[in-house]
Design a protein. Sequence first.
Length: 490
Amino acid sequence: MRRASLVVAVVVLLTAIVAPVGPALGANDTYVSITGATVTPTSPAPGDLVTVTATLKSLPSGSSTFDIEYIRLTDDSGRVLDYAGQLGSLAPGSEIQVPLTDSFKKAGTYHLRVEAVGHTSNGVSQTVKYPVVVRVRPQAPAVQVVASNPVAGAASPVNVTVANGLDEPIRNVRVSLAGKSIGVDPTERVGATIGAGASTTDSFDVTASGAGTHNLTATVRYTTANGDRQTQESVPVSFASLHDHVQLSTKRVGDGSSLAVTVSDLGNADVRHVSVRGTSANATVTGGDVARVPAGASRTVVLNASGLSGEAPVHVVASYDYGRGTHTGRASTNATVSANPGSIRLTGLDVEHSNGKTHITGSASNVGLAAVNSVVVSVVPAAGVTPAYPGREYFVGTVPKSDFVSFDVYATVDPNATSVPLRVTYLADGAHRTKTVQVPIAATGTRTDPSKSPGSGGGGWLFPAAIGVVVLAAIGGLIYVGWRNRANDE
């Protein structure tokens, strides 16, 4: 009896736990659910109005209506974002679509929930829920403003880059740049389309009225499938004080009658309308122009001189504009041009072998019309050739125009060597020049040391003696022929 009573008590307790509170569900029950929720637009941007459309459906298996008290949209913390009430009743097998809206200030992923609350015709309350995920993409397009070493009072380049982070192209893109006490040229640039994931860069010339920090604001207006939009980006830009510094350098080119003039902008602003002119009392010199030299860069023009007779001094002057065009500057330098610059050629080379050494003599001849300086002739070590005492090299010094100076050098030469390389270095037109000449060992004028000829050391008289014998034999032959002819006549 005790065991039977315990079983009955457990059954009663379980029945009390499982049984629902309120009226019992029977044949007049209704079954509702949220079958879906769509998000429009699918990839909203911050600030966009987002619509979540929920579909509430009463299943056909139900036998009573469902009275809708309200449907609401909540975030993951339970905060209500939107609410819709007084929506009527749902008959079995019918459905209703309810739009709920909200906007989001920041990009990110938002986990939301749609809740529908109501009761059946027999008074049973029901709440159904449906999860919704809204992904708000980053604000697009992204805008970047970059100023490279801006200078007050001068046109400084500023680049505005627009990067389209949308999953669709943007059209009718208009980029403008502005700032207080700032001049911008042009004020706006217009583009057609920037594709999804693509970017474009526009350049503006910005002129600040004074040095210091100025705020630049880039505004981008564009069109998407959802209509016209715009975005802005403001950055502080520090402008340095304006100063110019132009330096000129020159170099003779061609045959020496032309002058390459390099204009170097060492200041912090571009120089424009550069005019380079040369003047000389002994020549006529042409000029050259450069439209623009960027700060930190160089440009070169060539000036040609005519009517020369030897060397001629030239005074070179460059005039230019900088800043807004109201500032002008000048730079100058001095140079020389020549119809035929100094040039050294080795002439009159003579090679003599003596005491086991090769002695080379000759002249360092200036075939130009300008003096050369610091002329040095030296023997270059090579295969079978070694510079030798007492003259491995010879300092010639200065050679006037159309003149020469003699030199002599020594080398030790192996039997298999065929030439001796001589290096000539000198200074002409302010530049160091070098040339190498191969001197054949068997050159014209070669003399041989008699003491080193074959048969030396006691047999040096054989060759002259042999020549004497040949001469005496020839004389004897002539006497014999003459005597015989006379005897026949008799």
